[in-house]
Write a protein that binds this ligand. Structure first.
Ligand code: AMP
Ligand code: GLY
Length: 423
């Protein structure tokens, strides 16, 4: 089969690395891809939301399966675009249709879905600029810290956590009245702050059946000890040691099953990954977000632990027979450390040559913001590459990644030296 992956990050390099190992994959394309994906696939320079260009490519290369990495094309309805097109409707698309993608595309939609299906989550109310005064009153009824969430997609920046009531009111006004996050903050969800430990669970579904993949924890802040600005993710480990059998059983019964059943009851077709962000409060799971895709850098630790042929799984999803698949997981721990350009997540320089890649023997390197220029790998984004290693324990895996990083270099390279510090 000829397969096309959409996206250009570490997540998509990991997908390409895994898919390229499948005997079912005859030819692999990535759009737009990066210097990592060009090792095992042909990169095609088109934008992930340019549906017309994607259609032309799919017809030209006789692509049989489309794997969608990021959320934007899903929320914009790429799966529906394929289903509604006579020439594309037989192409398998991995990623939910537009209606179900609202689980990530609208925080309020996700909240109403969880309420309807009795899935545990923080209590909330949502507001628009027409009732901003009621929003102020609602804030007064809550205890700090205050959690404000822009309803729509805001590149991972739409959640604000504020300790001061006046600050929270000011930000609420900025979001609703002054469009701080543009369209995304025309509606704001205000919710109860949950005190606990975060954990992400990844579920594969064909809409009828589901399989749970290894858990992961990512490190979102730029600074050591989880300080400073939020980033796309500075590192991750999988599985998470505190996610024992008892907790996983609760998560499956209280969150995963009602989510999959809820999708069916609400007639929301879903073929793809469900990324469930949880906060564990007193050993009980609460959902803080759904994403309709895999995480980045969580993919860089979860997929390397999967022993199965990923294309076989995707075929089963597409044919709604995921129940036929037995998921097999490597019983090691995987850890990844993200190398970023100095200055990220604010401004940073690009075009810096990355050296030492050929010396890495004990880790996997997944390229993210990196591209080929005159035969050299150079930086092209904030998050540059993820260095993944395995170990019997997470400490061992993390140590291996740090040893590999010693051999890598680019100007103003930065990374967190404390991934896993809290475990
Ligand atoms: P999100 O963009 O939904 O992943 O939220 C970003 C981060 O905000 C999460 O990773 C949590 O650390 C935090 N967060 C979101 N909702 C809550 C909540 N209700 N209580 C405490 N922390 C939260
Ligand atoms: N690493 C968090 C995310 O992919 O949303």
């Amino acid at each position: 089969m000829t397969i096309l992956i959409l996206g250009s990050g570490g997540r998509e390099h990991t997908f390409a690395w895994k898919i390229a190992r499948s005997p079912l994959c005859k030819q692999l394309y990535v759009a737009p891809g990066n210097s990592g994906t060009s090792q095992m696939a042909e990169n095609i320079n088109i934008n992930v939301t340019d549906f017309t260009a994607i259609k032309d490519l799919v017809l030209d290369k006789k692509i049989g399966m489309l794997v969608v990495g990021p959320e934007d094309p899903l929320v914009q309805g790429i799966h529906d675009f394929f289903l509604n097109d006579e020439e594309l409707k037989n192409v398998s698309v991995i990623g939910p249709q537009k209606a179900a993608s609202q689980l990530e595309g609208s925080k309020e939609f996700a909240k109403i879905f969880m309420l309807r299906h009795s899935i545990p989550t923080a209590t909330y109310k949502s507001f628009t600029k027409d009732n901003v005064e009621e929003g102020f009153l609602f804030l007064e009824t809550l205890k700090p810290p205050f959690v404000l969430k822009a309803d729509g997609l805001a590149e991972g920046k739409g959640v604000l956590i504020l300790n001061d009531l006046n600050e929270a009111k000011k930000e609420l006004k900025l979001m609703l009245v002054d469009a701080k996050f543009g369209e995304a903050s025309t509606k704001v969800v205000i919710e109860e702050f949950l005190e606990g430990i975060e954990l992400s669970v990844f579920v594969l579904t064909d809409g009828k059946h589901y399989k749970i993949l290894p858990t992961a924890k990512d490190y979102k802040r730029i600074g050591e000890g989880d300080t400073g600005l939020n980033t796309g993710g500075m590192g991750a480990i999988s599985p998470v040691p505190f996610a024992d059998e008892i907790l996983m059983k609760k998560i499956e019964e209280r969150v995963v099953k009602p989510t999959i059943k809820g999708l069916q009851k609400d007639n929301l077709p879903y073929k793809g990954f469900v990324f469930i962000g949880l906060i564990i409060v007193n050993n009980n799971p609460f959902v803080i977000e759904y994403n309709v895709r895999m995480g980045d850098p969580e993919t860089e630790v979860v997929l390397p632990l999967l022993k199965n042929d990923l294309v076989e799984i995707f075929k089963a999803i597409s044919e709604e027979r995921l129940n036929d698949i037995d998921i097999e997981i490597n019983n090691q721990t995987a850890a990844t450390v993200m190398l970023v350009s100095g200055g990220y997540p604010k401004t940073y320089l690009k075009g810096k040559e990355i050296s030492g890649i050929e010396n890495i023997k004990d880790s996997l390197i997944f390229h993210a913001g990196a591209k080929l220029e005159n035969g050299k790998v150079v930086t092209s984004g904030g998050r540059v590459m993820a260095i993944t290693s395995f170990g019997k324990t997470h400490q061992e895996a993390i140590k291996k990644s740090y040893q590999s990083i010693e051999k890598l270099h680019f100007d103003k390279m930065y990374y967190r030296k404390d991934i896993g510090f809290d475990l």
